[in-house]
Design a protein. Structure first.
Length: 146
């Protein structure tokens, strides 16, 4: 068992590039009010962007989606689907966790299979579209993740 651990995490420049690409993907798709958040592997905010007319709730939603994706190391849509399959009843252990938001739009960011951060998007008409924009943000930095 190692006494000293080494973990990689996303840097601010790469996080900003991903967030900017996600924000641009939302603009191209015609979603005028949006928020995008990128966290490091520990769920701590690295970048938080909003479109000009985005309400504060969209920033909070994007931040919580990214936090949840990093914390669970899974897409938030996967957890949301699991809840839906339980007839809409969330796992009682998840209901009271601060900052967790189990709604699609949060996606973990991996480099060589290792979690290095997460991106969350909010404001699209449906969480599937939030997730598409998060994926666009990750696609924009894909070369750096190899």
């Amino acid at each position: 068992m190692a006494e000293v651990l080494t973990h990689r995490t996303i840097g601010v420049d790469l996080a900003l590039k991903a967030a900017t690409a996600a924000l641009e993907a939302r603009r191209v798709r015609g979603y005028p009010r949006t928020g995008v958040a990128v966290t490091n592997r520990y769920g701590q905010i690295m970048v938080l962007l909003r479109s000009d007319d985005a309400g504060p709730h969209l920033l909070d939603s994007a931040r919580r989606k990214a936090y949840t994706a990093a914390s669970m190391n899974a897409r938030t849509s996967k957890a949301s689907k699991a809840i839906d399959e339980r007839s809409g009843e969330p796992d009682p252990h998840l209901v009271y966790l601060d900052e967790v938001l189990i709604v699609g739009g949060g996606v973990p960011i991996h480099a060589n299979g290792e979690l290095i951060g997460a991106i969350g998007c909010a404001g699209a008409p449906g969480s599937i579209h939030d997730e598409e924009c998060a994926d666009a943000g990750i696609a924009a930095i894909a070369a750096a993740l190899k």
